[in-house]
Design a protein around this ligand. Structure first.
Ligand code: PRP
Ligand code: URA
Length: 210
């Protein structure tokens, strides 16, 4: 299903995995493994239009034309929870580089606070895939898009796991050029700006910190 610039995956395997991920009784190990699997499956789809270039290779029998990715891919996980998505995606795109953006939400204002940033030098030439399992008020993701655009990135995509309707509408209003990919779209945010039903605090569930 597509709503403006957001793609919501309805594949049965993804929906099955989402049911286990959301369950509060799912263990830390299973939660972490599922975040990786879901991320990999979504990125397979989110990259289906990556540009290719023509190359020539040699099989054991003959020279033949072949294809290769025309530009680099850079993953930009938002710390902490986005880090839990890297491994599944690098299994699929082993040449992907990783830039890190550290951000946390102020518990009172829910506004993002940036505390770390380390990007590859030539990131502007690559397809950039921002990663964060949770897309609640969209504050963290929008801060990431604004930073990436300010340094010259042009092809920016966002892969999350669970999105709130509020975030999806906000990003369409402010960054309609960024394609968003998610495995679930939830209607509610609670008083703490948590997604309901959501899946809880993704960072804590990935790292077993609560
Ligand atoms: C969570 C989550 C996102 C952000 C989403 O991070 O991982 O980064 O909140 O909310 P938003 O769309 O309203 O910005 P959190 O601040 O809990 O930090 P953590 O990943 O270090 O736990
Ligand atoms: N961060 C989370 O980890 N979960 C939410 O529901 C919202 C923000």
């Amino acid at each position: 299903m597509q709503i403006n610039n957001t793609f919501i995956f309805e594949h049965p395997l993804l929906q099955h995995k989402m049911g286990i991920l959301r369950d509060k009784n799912t263990s830390t190990k299973d939660f972490r493994d599922l975040i990786e699997e879901i991320s990999m499956l979504m990125v397979y789809e989110a990259t289906k239009d990556l540009p290719l270039k023509d190359i020539e290779i040699e099989t054991p029998l003959a020279k033949t034309p072949a294809k290769a990715l025309a530009q680099k891919v850079t993953l930009v996980p938002i710390l902490r929870a986005g880090v839990g998505m890297i491994h599944g995606i690098t299994e699929l795109i082993p040449t992907a580089r990783v830039g890190f953006l550290g951000m946390y939400r102020d518990p009172e204002t829910h506004e993002p606070v940036q505390y770390y940033c380390k990007m590859p030098d030539d990131i502007t030439e690559s397809t950039v895939i921002v990663l964060d399992p949770m897309f609640a008020t969209a504050g963290s993701a929008i801060a990431a898009f604004e930073y990436l655009k300010s340094i010259g990135c042009k092809d920016i995509r966002f892969v999350c796991v669970c999105a709130a309707r509020y975030a999806v509408d906000r990003v369409f209003a402010e960054h309609p050029d960024v394609s968003v990919f998610c495995a679930a779209l939830d209607e509610e945010l609670n008083d703490h700006a948590y997604i309901v039903p959501g899946l809880g605090d993704a960072g804590d569930r990935i790292y077993g910190t609560k």
